[in-house]
Design a protein around this ligand. Structure first.
Ligand code: PNS
Length: 159
């Protein structure tokens, strides 16, 4: 079985992420979306909430599974029989860091990285920008999946 992991923080999932996940689901038998548990980084949504949103918006793809991991991505790959990582590249500015991580992951465990160019519609998108725009009442419709809009409103109303 050709299995690939799509790792990230997904705080929250954006339409850019979903575009990469859906395109990877057409290329691989199974896509595992893996949410990084990072207790040192302050997040808007808990890991459980991020996973719920990801499950809801990826349910339409029959071969996408959502999971969580901590520690090294290559260890998660080994445990789950995954030989490749899929990453979206938005712009040249993404390249340096992604290249470093890809080479480190290959050097540690021979885990390959497949780069997919982001849909130009979403090339300016990031979860951090979504959080910032939503925080000040900006319109993020069309940039994040519908269920995420409601969750953002509810979370920001709490603060
Ligand atoms: O959405 P993000 O926060 O940009 O995703 C970054 C992520 C989770 C893909 C990256 O930080 C990662 O793989 N972290 C796991 C720790 C690890 O394996 N580090 C070594 C990478 S070379």
């Amino acid at each position: 079985m050709r299995r690939v992991v799509c790792p990230g923080s997904f705080d929250p999932v954006t339409n850019g992420h979903l575009d990469i996940i859906s395109r990877a689901s057409r290329l691989y038998d199974e896509v595992i979306v893996a949410v990084l548990i990072n207790i040192t980084k302050k997040s808007l949504f808990t890991v459980d909430e991020r996973i719920e949103m990801l499950r809801e918006v990826s349910a339409q793809y029959g071969n996408v599974r959502v999971d969580r991991f901590h520690g090294l991505l290559v260890d998660f790959c080994e445990t789950n029989g995954i030989s490749a990582v899929v990453k979206g590249l938005r712009a040249v500015s993404d390249f340096d860091y992604e290249m470093q991580m890809a080479q480190m992951n290959y050097s540690m465990a021979k885990v390959e990285t497949m780069f997919m160019t982001t849909n130009p519609l979403y090339s300016f998108l990031s979860s951090s920008l979504i959080r910032e725009v939503a925080k000040y009442g900006g319109d993020v419709s069309g940039l994040v999946p519908e269920p995420v809009i409601g969750r953002l409103r509810a979370r920001l109303a709490e603060s």
